[in-house]
Ligand binder design. Sequence first.
Ligand code: EUG
Length: 602
Amino acid sequence: MSFSDEAQSDVPLLSEKHSGIPDFLLEKARKAKIGVFETRTKPKASRNRLPVIPHGVEEHVFFDALGELGTQLGAENVERNDKPLKDGWYEVDPNTHDLMAVVDEEELVPSAMVYPGSTEEVQQVVLWANKYHIPIFPISMGRNLGYGGAAPRVRGSVLVDLGRRMNKILDINSQDYTCLLEPGVSFFALHEAVKAKGYDHLWIDVPDVGGGSVIGNTVDRGVGYTPYGDHWACHSGLEVVLPTGEVIRTGMGALPGNNTWQTFPYGFGPYSDGIFSQSNFGIVTKMGMTLMPNPGGYESFMYTFQKEDDLDQMIEIIRPLRIGNILENVAQLRHVTQSLAVSGQPRTKFYEGDGTIPEDIVHKVAATLPAGDHCWAYYGMSYGPPHIRRYKLDIIDAEFKKVPGARRIDPATLPEGDYFWARDRIAAGIPDIHELRWVNWMPNGAHIAFSPVSPIRGADAKKLYELAKRRHNEFGIDLFPAFCVGLREMHLIVELVYDRDDPKRRKAVLDCLRNLIEDAAACGYGEYRTHLVLMDQVAGTYNWNDGALLKFHEKLKDALDPNGIMAPGRCGIWPKQYRNRGWEMTKTSGENTQGDGVAPTP
Ligand code: EUG
């Protein structure tokens, strides 16, 4: 195996780069990287569709406009996307395309990347975009992997990479348990800063992999695994640059001299924060986030369940415990195929055939894992001092063991590097990267998620699981479901893993997803979040009363963004200049992401 330059370069540290890894994860990241490059056969990138120019703008006008922006931001902060597309990997991630491309990687590419250094410079970029009618697409750090990464929805948009120069932690308030952040602050960075200040009484909440932006994850309504796992619910206060260039501060931030921006999220009057999450109505340049008090102790636990059919009973047991806060965190209930994949071994290690990996092989291998064979594994955490934990853990044990064959796995029997300990750290607000391992299930491994929401009910879990299984079998895709249990609902996360260098497998995954979304909607289920190429379809399923909600979003879009420059198409919201021109991606779009041009603004 000959390694590329990328494979040989070291992993960037947080001390060197805003998107880098903390020291304590360096060895783990080095190992993860070896896994990625060992399973990579994709050739080093070339380019065959240059130059990339925004729709409706003449080439020379565009290049002159970029030159003009360079005089404002500094020429070094305006970069054309005209070099070979390099995939890198999670820790050296591209802002030139979707690292997890599910359509031709040249489809979702920006024409240029720009790096504003302040809210004022973001305003300048927005005013510039309005002057030339150039679509822009903001990212915080671009690690929304599985949902589009850094890629823009409209090919040729100018990517506004906020994180590279706007990555300050503006405040950590150790008395109010809050912080105020810029878009380039990762969960890694926030964790390290809290630690460096010696604030042992403060915890943060982290998602499965900690390299993403806190703002980016929160405005996309991402999830973590402490009791503060609903990130959007835990934020307080935004600063937003509107599509016409004005800046607003939401909630108490609108009151000059306030000291409550990060403690009271609502302020006075309409609560406007909602329209800046999963939208294209503004660029969030600052966000407040609440921090959790150190609960004074914690203890992870793991239970395994033997039969596929146990799902129904398990979920019925989980619901009252979760709503009653005996189960305190966003826990994961994961399927056995994932237990195999998260070992980091490629699928070919276990099975060389086509189609989904046979269940008897899965169980034979699972029997060799430290936790033993199972069909489902529940990872949870109990918080507080020992006597408080004991009270809750005893109830959980009695309830879970009502399922025949349920086993509590003694953590003392699990080796140091076991996935269990990564879940343990994550549920204690310590970021990790262990989760990256299952991406190596396939060569050139990429992933894209099907993420429907359901109540915490056995019947719903079963219906969604069976629906997913049926379609995965039809398309020959191994099934990796995980139920993430919120307070009154579950996000079922099904990650479809594929070889991104194999057009046939990309198509199978995309076709499978389109069917999954359709099947789920027919049963009344909708996704909580989705990939760029699926946004039109998912938005289209939220169509009660003749699509009244989408019409409302379009009305807001037209009022807030008359020139239609801000992230056109994001979350299924198209500016009027793009409507009725075939931009929406549907079951028949194939690899094409583009419609028939853009109407001039009157
Ligand atoms: C995961 C979790 C998510 C998501 C995508 C991936 C993790 C998979 C809870 O939200 O949206 C193991």
